[in-house]
Design a protein around this ligand. Sequence first.
Ligand code: DP6
Length: 360
Amino acid sequence: MFQVSGEGMLMVTARAPTNIAVIKYWGKRDESLILPINDSISVTLDPDHLCTTTTVAVSPNFESDRMWLNGKEISLSGGRYQSCLKEIRQQAGDVIDENKGICIKGEDWQKLHVHIASYNNFPTAAGLASSAAGFACLVYALSKLMNVKEQYELSAIARQGSGSACRSLYGGFVKWAMGNDVNGSDSIAIQLARETHWSDLVILIAVVSSHQKEISSTTGMRESVETSELLLQRSQNIVPKRIKQMEEAIRNRDFTTFAKLTSADSNQFHAVCLDTSPPIFYMNNTSHRIINCIERWNQSEGTPQVSYTFDAGPNAVMFAPNRKVASLLLQRLLFYFPPLPGDDLSSFVIGDQSILQEAG
Ligand code: DP6
């Protein structure tokens, strides 16, 4: 039974931030369930800057499930959307509000269709983890619409949309445990520390290019699993140690260890991309110049002042231990990358304020 007053439509809007991995996920052991070959750790960003906002609506008048991304309709026929919708519908509960004339039983959700409208406030698929924020937001919004009780299962559902999405369901520092189960029930995200745990830490993002990447993470990591020996070494012998060290560094707010591990893991991930056949290049010249600039600074001081990490794209995510160092970093970046016409370093996002340098 479905009864709803007014326009006959029930709606929920949610917002989810993106996350940036400091120990990277790269490679799956199960492609359809999206089970990774190693644990990973990320920092969830402030939702005011890089986030997805999604509205989900249900109405007896909807004839099919439909979705619009940034105002353009996209197909929901892909396995990932279907997996998320199916899993959420299976967990759906009763939604009953007599005052509003709403009465949807758990089993009704199997027959009802949803419409989904999603917006990213940052470039889609440019290596800023748009799919992470997107699927986390979709799963969360649907779970609220359909009154899913078991919130702890949401990360396992979001994971089936996009692996890194499971980490965006929590704020602060988050670990995605690879798990052992063949059905993926223990491949879930766990919050290591809340947002407030390390409030001095500043994250600065340099948008080097907002163009869509040529090779998606999904394809890239599949090719790496098939061809890179370094990836096997990394997942079996290197990442397990790094995960322990990173957990400890986060617990103790030990910036030196955090910074060294973050940059090293990013560099190893891109080395795996190079070790893939054919090689994958996600970073560009500007990314390399940013790395050089930071490494030279760190070396001249004898200890890491800031660290950097790059996902599957050329944009730099940098970490500073406090706002003072972050503003020194910004000064350096503006000195080496003045916002001149033709420069492809177009914008910086720092901590809780956005500093946009239009490249002309
Ligand atoms: C480089 O989560 O986008 O950002 O699971 O195939 O959707 P799929 O891949 P995705 O991969 C993200 C890879 C990464 C590293 C990370 O976020 O850990």
